[in-house]
Design a protein around this ligand. Structure first.
Ligand code: ZN
Length: 454
């Protein structure tokens, strides 16, 4: 299996350390608002990764975190706390806000049919472990204290700029990066924030005799250490995490534990909607519920995403979603041929081609091209082949096409007879009854076939 590794900036052959326990970590959501389709993009792509690992005979051990503390609006160490912002907006406590949006996120995760991780970890359940990591970093000499918090001195971690190929000199000159006089380098970041005199913060814990809370990046290093152990096999996240969040995770973990944090780093690109960055002010923020209102399922959205590549920026529109839905229905009706006395095939060649594409850095678009070829063959898929494609994509291609009732089959037979007898009034009446049950009839070279309507 080949994957693009951000660490080496190239495609590399991936083999796990332990095939029965491929250690994977995915940076999860900050639960302060409802997750829209752009937020789910990463999790849909990483589900494909998990499925392809399984197709190779490996078993994953995957951890996903839920950020419910410490994430400030800037992604760096300034701006408002996202949880407190959500709490004020909702008139709820930060804890209620976290619970509500976490529940919603997980409900949508399941609606998308995504494989359940081995562990889903809330950041606030790891505060004691966070403190231990801070102590370890302090003992190793990486930290210095400021009135704002304990900061990581990035000049003491020589590899700091490597991962994101950061230009630290430009960073210093850049006006965009604001930093207090107390910070030694502009790239330094807080591992622990102090609550200062006159400030309040709803989530706070005692540490070294003062109240404070963990810096946002800390939880991922902590949870990986506690639940998986370094080095992990694959760390996943969005490309926006490369220059700050993931760079800081690496500095913390490798600084504290002296081992490589992750062997592979995979980053997904983002989606725009209707040609623009997803933003409330542009009115182009869509949730899975908005898709459902227009008659599209979460699985249609997955189909749309998989038509492109996880490293490419994609633009979402309802026209594109309609096309993806039609393609998925075409696959499902290919699967429905198995109920109609059509000769079956294992499609060994298409299967090998699909696996080959997926093993080539998750080339799902190429895999679909191979599936299109099978769907056009005029043969029906064997149960074995259907099992394979449902495991590969999670698109419910077989599951979405149960056999039709005997009653409906009898009606189809009657309609064929009526038409042959030129009794068009009866034939049309039966056709409408059949259509009312979501089935359409298609003439083909070897007789009339039924298909699910799109
Ligand atoms: Zn993270």
């Amino acid at each position: 299996m080949k994957l693009y590794n951000t660490l080496s900036h190239q495609i590399e052959e991936f083999t796990p350390q332990n095939p029965n326990e491929v250690k994977i970590y995915t940076c999860g959501p900050t639960v302060y608002s409802f997750a829209h389709i752009g937020n789910f993009t990463a999790y849909v792509y990483w589900d494909l990764l998990i499925r392809v690992l399984r197709l190779n005979g490996w078993k994953e051990k995957r951890v996903l975190n839920i950020t419910d503390v410490g994430h400030l609006t800037s992604d760096a160490d300034d701006g408002e706390d996202k949880m407190e912002k959500g709490a004020r907006r909702e008139g709820k406590t930060v804890w209620e806000v976290a619970q509500m949006y976490m529940d919603d996120y997980l409900a949508n995760f399941r609606k998308l049919g995504l494989i359940e991780p081995y562990a889903i970890c809330r950041a606030t359940d790891f505060i004691e472990e966070d403190k231990k990591l801070v102590e370890a970093l302090d003992e190793a000499g990486y930290l210095y204290d400021t009135t704002d918090g304990l900061y990581f001195d990035t000049s003491k971690f020589p590899k700091y700029a490597d991962f994101a190929r950061l230009d630290l000199e430009n960073l210093l000159a850049g006006a965009r990066v604001e930093f207090s006089d107390e910070k030694k380098n502009p790239s330094d970041f807080a591992v622990w924030k102090w609550i200062r005199e006159g400030e309040d913060h709803a989530m706070k814990w005692e540490f070294r005799g003062r109240m404070g809370y963990p810096g946002w990046h800390l939880e991922c290093s902590t949870i990986i250490h506690e639940k998986l152990g370094e080095p992990i096999d694959i760390h996943c996240g969005g490309i926006d995490h490369i220059p700050v969040h993931h760079t800081n995770e690496i500095a913390q973990s490798e600084g504290a534990f002296g081992k490589q944090m992750s062997r592979f780093w995979l980053h997904n690109n983002h989606i725009t909607t209707e040609g623009q960055k997803i933003s409330k002010s542009l009115g182009n923020v869509y949730y899975l519920n908005d898709l459902a209102e227009r008659g599209y399922s979460p699985i249609d959205f997955k189909m749309w995403l998989y038509q492109g590549h996880y490293q490419a920026e994609r633009d979402f529109s309802f026209e594109q979603l309609a096309a993806a839905h039609a393609r998925l229905m075409n696959y499902r009706n290919f699967a429905a041929l198995r109920w109609q006395g059509v000769e079956k095939s294992d499609f060994a060649e298409a299967r090998a081609e699909i696996l080959d594409c997926l093993n080539s850095n998750l080339n799902s678009a190429g895999a679909f091209a191979a599936l299109d070829g099978a769907a056009k063959s005029g043969l029906a898929p064997s149960d074995e082949f259907l099992k394979f494609i449902d495991e590969a994509f999670g698109l419910e291609i077989a599951a979405g096409t149960p056999d039709i009732s005997d009653d409906l089959k009898a009606k189809i037979a009657q309609r064929i007879e009526a038409k042959a007898a030129k009794d068009y009034a009866t034939a049309d009446k039966l056709r409408d009854e059949i259509a009312g049950q979501g089935i359409e009839l298609l003439d083909s070279a070897d007789g009339v076939k039924w298909a699910y309507k799109g």
